[in-house]
Ligand binder design. Structure first.
Ligand code: ZN
Length: 901
């Protein structure tokens, strides 16, 4: 020791003491959610909105190296979607390396098993937690703040240091930021009134509402896309939990194992992982004194369109949690005597019934915190196994072709609606599917296919996804007891994507050889734009050069492609003169369908085409110089009204989505548009009230699928199975069309308006107009006829205006749909034309159907003339969830129906 050091040696303990006392204050202190919000998370009648949620995570990010925020996308209403990554500091420094490992371990084609084992040891488990997709199931969004705080502070029932070294937690506080904000705003507005905690009169998502959790193979919504990118493109988690809430009076919590039946495409090892995680959660909840946890009820392993379920299809352990609800943040009291009997009795899957009593938001937060922490702990304890399972499931996907598994699906290049086929391929690609394209003609399954056809081989890492989407579902016949009523599936029984989208796709069971190349990026290999010349004899060959036909008198577009409709609507808006051919044009290869669009060339059309309208829609037009010999009907630019009740109708939202997607303008109509504004309470009896002139404003009025009582009265029949889910609305949203609105609607049709009713809404038209139509399924016993959401075969008359462009045999989604019998009454007020009907037999294409004889030969789509106007009854789910592209044309044709007068 030298002199200088020894001189000050006595100061060292003092320095040490100073450091000991003040070091903690030099590290950033982590702000608790309570300190930040000014209330405890989950406190009665208190909610953090999305701005507060974002701000809290941003603050926490600054205060700890264990949390990093990522923006994963944008909501439909343009809010940033955030995801917090929570893990150890050491892991945080190597996030990209761990993401790469997670990706690598999913592809055994490039990774021998010994290396996979090494990766499972070195890698980290990536666990995705998504919250609050259903915006009124709001607890999880609130819980996420406390979960993040506890993890970074180490306030956990396990050694947080070790666990966060094993696990990289991806926490999405809300998958529906727009809805979260709407719900909190709505809640605060009515706090302290009798409407506190009640339903909003509109959807908690710009388009989808509750159906935002039905979009997870279709990827329509920007929110779905953001999380899907996290799942299969950027982060490759091995475990995913989606946290929900359910009704209030049964179990306190559902967690897996799921209820029967399992979808056949998922691997058994996946279910074992799901069940392990579920059992551990239940175990931890029970140890910590949380009663009322149930397994194996309500939520099945079949439906694949929900957020957690899409994970199964990608060999990701997908878990659903469903907590009993309160009224947003308002506590409820559950009378012990009113708990349904099965939830008062101990069973093996429900060993500890909840006794009833007060139930609060904080209770939900406590359960959700416990189950989330339990899952994180399970992820750590079984890190290597879960990582290795990810490898083994992919390996199994690629290597096994069990008996009964197809070899491939072939999508012929020649399609009825080419751009829709490409859209389907893009969906598959976004879901992680590998697609091949044939370079030469080939034969598969005894059929010849042309070069350019697409092939989806089943042997690929995400086999369950491609298989389940492309094959036809056969839902097992499950009854309450032998010979008894069928048990309702949780959601769709069948969803086959090519059938829904009207895309030809063949399952091939036996191996075949073909010269194929992997498609790196799906693209429109068929050129959109201006093609060759057409005449009454048909279209010129596609290869014909468009040169020299720059200024023809007309253009013609095929009605079989949805894209043609988008172009026609866009041109009508610009004032173009467009007609539809009454019959087919040409024959054989050069033929185009009846209802094809004949567009008169002019400056507006030239301008739109020059601006790339056709290319934007991947549509095609042919030059036509002479319309002689082509019988046509002139179109007008329709003024469209779309009814929106105050009952947050998802089908109305999806209808808007479809119209917006195709660029079709419309006006949203509320009850007051049919009745005029409410008279002031002191107003004289309604003498002065102006009559509503709907025909003066609209040509077409559309009612999306909705219950007839709700449309008419704004109230649901108290005996309706869903009645208990609804709460009263504030007075400004009360009521329905009432007699006054129905009378205005009648006058609209009588004067030549076109009323379009979709699916359930047909019942309103049939009843209120006393139409010569009877629904054969009205009040039918489920033992006689039963068809949960499935795909059925329709025979379509595509020579009639509502059937234009559709295939003669068209798959259609049946969902609480109609089977109609029509007749012609004695008065001249009515005429009717059956546009589509169920065939005599062999009706089911995908899903589950009992009692097909009840609907065989009955009508599914009917075109009624009533006085000067028309009523189009589309008795199937033609645009449901913006998935059934194959039947959009029933709606689009109705919108373009020329006025009858
Ligand atoms: Zn939910």
């Amino acid at each position: 020791m030298n002199y200088r050091a020894s001189k000050f040696a006595f100061l060292l303990p003092i320095f040490a003491l100073i450091l000991f006392l003040f070091l903690p204050s030099l590290l950033p202190a982590q702000t608790s959610p309570e300190a930040f919000l000014g209330f405890k998370v989950g406190a009665d009648r208190k909610l953090a909105d999305y701005n507060q949620i974002q701000a809290y995570f941003q603050k926490l990010e600054k205060e700890t190296p264990k949390l990093k925020l990522f923006t994963i996308g944008e909501s439909t209403l343009k809010k940033p979607m955030i995801m917090a990554v929570i893990t150890s500091e050491a892991n945080m420094a190597k996030l990209d390396a761990y993401r790469a490992m997670a990706k690598k371990i999913k592809d055994p084609r490039t990774l021998p098993i010994e290396e996979a084992k090494k990766l499972a040891k070195e890698g980290k488990l990536i666990l995705l937690i998504t919250c609050n997709i259903h915006a009124d199931e709001i607890a999880a969004s609130q819980m996420s703040l406390e979960l993040a705080y506890k993890l970074v502070k180490g306030e956990t029932p396990f050694d947080a240091g070790k666990v966060l070294d094993d696990v990289i937690v991806l926490l999405v506080p809300t998958t529906n930021p727009d809805g979260e904000q709407m719900e909190v705003d709505w809640y605060k507005k009515y706090l302290g009134t009798k409407y506190e905690g009640g339903n909003m009169p509109w959807l908690y998502h710009a388009y989808a509402g509750h159906d935002d959790n039905r979009d997870w193979f279709m990827f329509n919504l920007s929110e779905t896309r953001a999380v899907t990118r996290v799942l299969y493109h950027d982060w490759f988690p091995q475990i995913h939990i989606d946290e929900h809430q359910m009704g209030h009076d049964e179990a306190r919590l559902f967690i897996p194992p799921f209820m029967n039946p399992p979808v056949p495409n998922v691997q058994p090892l996946l279910w074992r992982g799901v069940n392990l995680a579920g059992a551990n959660m239940a175990f931890d909840l029970q140890r910590n004194g949380f009663p009322g946890v149930v397994h194996g009820r309500s939520f099945t392993g079949w439906w694949i369109g929900a957020c957690d379920d899409t994970s199964w299809m990608h060999n990701v352990v997908g878990i659903l949690s469903e907590m009993a609800s309160v009224r947003l943040a308002t506590p409820i009291y559950v009378e012990p005597t009113e708990i349904p009997k099965p939830y008062t009795q101990r069973r093996m899957e429900f060993p500890d019934p909840w006794p009833g009593g007060w139930w609060r938001l904080r209770d939900i937060v406590d359960y959700e915190l416990t189950l989330s922490l339990s899952l994180i702990n399970t992820a750590s304890r079984f890190k290597e196994e879960f990582l290795m399972n990810s490898y083994l499931m992919s390996k199994n996907s690629i290597e096994t072709t069990d008996k009964g598994q197809p070899y491939a699906f072939v999508i012929p290049a020649r399609q009825n609606d080419y751009p829709t086929m490409i859209k389907m391929l893009e969906i598959l690609e976004f879901g992680g599917c590998e697609i091949q394209q044939a370079k030469e003609d080939f034969v598969a399954g005894g059929r010849a296919y042309g070069a350019g056809s697409y092939v989806v081989l089943l042997a690929q890492p995400y086999k369950p996804f491609v298989w389940a989407l492309l094959e036809r579902q056969k839902y097992p016949d499950i009854r309450e007891f032998p010979g008894g009523p069928p048990v309702l599936p949780y959601d769709n029984a069948g969803w086959t994507l090519p059938l829904q989208m009207g895309v030809a796709c063949e399952q091939v069971d036996k191996p075949f050889t073909a010269k194929m190349e992997r498609v790196e990026k799906v693209s429109y290999s068929r050129r959109g734009g201006l093609m060759g010349a057409a005449s009454a004899e048909g279209l010129a060959s596609v290869s014909a050069d468009a040169a020299g036909i720059a200024a023809p008198k007309y253009f013609v577009m095929d009605a079989r492609e949805n894209a043609s409709y988008a172009v026609a609507f866009a041109l009508l808006k610009e004032g173009a003169e467009i007609s539809r051919s009454k019959g087919k044009i040409g024959s054989g290869d050069s033929e185009i369908a009846a209802g094809s669009f004949v567009i008169k060339n002019g400056p507006a059309v030239q301008k739109a085409l020059a601006a790339g309208l056709l290319e934007k829609r991947h549509a095609r037009a042919w030059a036509l110089d002479d319309t002689a010999g082509i019988p046509m009907t002139a179109l007008k630019n329709p003024r469209i009204g779309l009814y929106q009740s105050w009952w947050s109708n998802m089908d109305e939202g999806w209808s808007r989505y479809v119209l917006d997607d195709l660029g079709i303008p419309y006006t949203t109509l509320h009850n007051s548009d049919f009745k005029g504004p409410k008279a002031a309470p002191d107003a004289k009896p309604d003498k002065a009230k102006p009559k509503i002139d709907l025909k003066g404003k609209y040509d077409v009025i559309v009612f999306a699928s909705e219950n007839a009582d709700i449309i008419k009265t704004g109230k649901i029949d108290p005996n309706h199975p869903y009645a208990r889910w609804f709460t009263p609305l504030p007075p400004e949203y009360e009521g329905g069309l009432e007699k006054e609105g129905i009378d205005a609607l009648k006058a609209f049709v009588e004067q030549g308006g076109i009323l379009v009713t979709l699916n359930e809404a047909c019942k309103t038209a049939i009843k209120e107009f006393e139409a010569p139509v009877k629904n054969a399924l009205e009040k039918i016993e489920p033992t006689k006829f039963f068809c949960p959401m499935s795909i059925l075969r329709l025979a379509v008359d595509n020579t009639t205006p509502i059937g234009y462009g559709l295939q003669e045999e068209t798959p259609a989604v049946f969902s609480e749909s109609l089977a109609m019998e029509t007749w012609l009454p004695g008065t001249g007020d009515w005429e009717r034309k059956v546009v589509a009907s169920y065939p005599e037999n062999n009706i089911l294409m995908s899903g589950w159907l009992l009692g097909e004889d009840v609907i065989g030969r009955k009508a599914a789509v009917v075109d009624l003339r009533y006085k000067k106007g028309r009523i189009i009854l589309v008795g199937i789910a033609c645009q449901i969830r913006a998935q059934s592209h194959g039947t959009y044309k029933f709606l689009l044709n109705a919108l373009l129906y020329p006025a009858a007068n």
